[in-house]
Structure formats: C-alpha cells, structure tokens
Design a protein around this ligand. Structure first.
Ligand SMILES: [Zn+2]
Length: 114
C-alpha cells in the first residue's frame, strides 16, 4: 500500500473544511505557531506486531505501525480520518523488569516515519 493516504472530504457532507486545521492555520498566520504546524484532533495507532513473539521483549525491535490523523468537519461536526501514515514503532526492553518476566514493554515515542 502507498502512504500517506489522504482523505480531503468529509464522508458525511463532503465539506473540505476541518476545525482543527483551520484553527491551526489561524495561529500560524498570527505567528503563534511555527509554519507547517499540524495538530490533529485525534491520532489512532495500530501496531502491526505479533504480541505473542517473546523475542520482541528481549531485544530492541522495531515494527510497523499505521497512524491515523483525524480532524473534525467544520460544517457537520463529523470526526473523520484525514490522513493515514505508516510509521515505525520500537519496543524498548524495560530495565529492571518484573521478576515474573511478564511482558511489560510497551512501544515508546517518538516514532520514526516508516
Ligand atoms: Zn461534514
């Protein structure tokens, strides 16, 4: 699949205006945010990983992730995905992990682009 995937219209009403993007643009024009700033209303992250793979918690391993950036339609209020990107997550082994050896590692930010 090719990324990023962009969805530039509200799936409900067809509007191309979104609230967070417009507010962000206003703040950029006012000089309160740097050029190119991007603030999503919501980011979803799907880790494409086999959580049963015990090797993942022993070594620092990377795995693909899919990030979905959502915004809110200015005209009808629908929250929808405006862009999907591929990224790379990394599992950091936890120092001084639990004595039971349970899986306590979680993906850590920041994610690199995939
Ligand atoms: Zn809409």
């Amino acid at each position: 699949m090719n990324y990023p995937k962009k969805f530039d219209k509200c799936p409900c009403c067809g509007s191309t205006k979104t609230i967070i993007a417009e507010e962000t643009e206003e703040q950029i024009v006012l000089g309160k945010l740097p050029e190119g700033s991007r603030i999503p209303a919501l980011v979803t992250q799907s880790q494409i990983i086999n959580m049963q793979d015990k090797k993942l918690i022993i070594a620092r391993r990377s795995f693909p992730m899919i990030l979905g950036f959502c915004d809110i339609c200015s005209d009808c209020g629908t929250l929808y995905c405006v862009e999907v990107q591929r990224a790379t997550g990394i599992i950091e082994p936890r120092v001084g992990g639990s004595p039971s050896g349970g899986n306590t590692s979680e993906p850590q930010f920041p994610f690199g682009k995939g």
